[in-house]
Write a protein that binds this ligand. Structure first.
Ligand SMILES: NC(=O)c1ccc[n+]([C@@H]2O[C@H](COP(=O)([O-])OP(=O)(O)OC[C@H]3O[C@@H](n4cnc5c(N)ncnc54)[C@H](OP(=O)(O)O)[C@@H]3O)[C@@H](O)[C@H]2O)c1
Length: 302
């Protein structure tokens, strides 16, 4: 059996990966206490001790707005730690799978972004994630960087859970009309990641950056509308849902600037590995209907 080291097991994607990767080998899932990404020594010590054949890094500093006032910590966790993992992976001959983001782009391009399009992040989080990609590339090895987007799951915080909550609490909820992306269910991403991991172990020469998120694109507003329409169906309650009020990004300022069009093309991973994900609307429906999809008790997820 192959030894797999997984980080970020309490996160949206990590939690799903812990189950999904078990189909490939024996998974050692570590939390922040066991391996702190802000502490290079703990990263090195853990990887040397475990000597895994595969490392999947689902841990990251993901609070996009908070990163504006904590850029150094975001950079340490997202920018520096991945490079250290890459060095250690190279040292023990492991394949490394790491996640990056559509927020490495500035969103000014009209066409969906391809892997080789020039990144130009607009916020501290995006800059830290781009630094992580570059640190991994600088080490050079069997490293696969998955750029994904707009993740939701049973683990808060995420856009779907926020909309479901606000739509019950408020009469009116402002949602932006001019940000475009691919909403992605963490469970489906974990499934596709496990497929990639299995193939990557036998195709180290295919290392590089791959865009991977649900099929299709939408705006934040159309996504929110679909969430509420489907929630009306699944709850059987058509009443007492907030009205969504369209706003532009400029009318709704947040600490971190978001890219407007961060749609990505997922053609490369389909062409190279034959991997593609379901369209975002079908997956959203599956998520809202899955009994284990919505939040559990806090105790249950730790
Ligand atoms: N969420 C999105 O919409 C989105 C979009 C594009 C790309 N991504 C990328 O996809 C990946 C997974 O994201 P996610 O949404 O699953 O993240 P998440 O739910 O925020 O989970 C982050 C995980 O990282 C861990 N972590 C944070 N700081 C750490 C540290 N210093 N040391 C060790 N562990 C630490 C957290 O542990 P604790 O529980 O201890 O905090 C948690 O397990 C990340 O690389 C992210 O950048 C996410």
């Amino acid at each position: 059996v192959i030894k797999i080291l997984l980080t970020g097991k309490t996160g949206q994607v990590g939690r799903e990966l812990e189950r999904m990767l078990a189909t490939l080998g024996s998974v050692s899932a570590v939390n922040r206490e066991q391996m702190d990404l802000a502490d290079p020594d703990s990263i090195r010590a853990t990887i040397r001790e475990q000597a895994p054949a595969l490392i999947v890094n689902a841990a990251a500093y993901t609070a996009v707005d908070k990163a504006e006032s904590a850029p150094d910590l975001a950079m340490q966790v997202n920018g520096v730690a991945p490079g250290i993992m890459a060095e250690e992976a190279k040292r023990c001959g492991a394949v490394l799978l790491h996640y990056s983001t559509d927020y490495v782009f500035d969103g000014r391009q009209e066409a969906p972004y391809e892997e080789e399009d020039v990144p130009h992040p607009l916020n501290a989080y995006g800059r830290s994630k781009l630094a992580g990609e570059r640190a991994i590339a600088a080490v050079g090895g069997a490293f696969f960087v998955i750029r994904t987007s707009w993740i939701y799951s049973a683990v808060p915080p995420n856009f779907v859970l926020a909309i479901l909550k606000l739509a019950r609490e408020k009469k009116e909820v402002p949602v932006v009309t001019d940000q475009i992306g691919s909403p992605t269910w963490a469970r489906s991403l974990a499934h596709a990641t496990a497929q990639l991991a299995a193939k990557a172990l036998a195709a180290r020469d295919k290392a590089g950056i791959y865009h991977l998120s649900a099929g299709g694109y939408t705006t934040r507003l159309a996504f929110a509308e679909r969430i509420i329409d489907l929630a009306k169906e699944t709850t059987g309650d058509p009443n007492n849902w907030a009205v969504l009020r369209p706003v532009t990004t400029a009318q709704y300022p947040l600490p971190a600037t978001r890219p407007l069009n961060s749609a990505t093309s997922k053609e490369k991973i389909r062409r190279v590995f034959g991997i593609s994900m379901l369209d975002w609307e079908s997956d959203l429906r599956r998520y809202l209907q899955a009994p284990s999809a919505l939040p559990h008790e806090e105790a249950d997820r730790r």
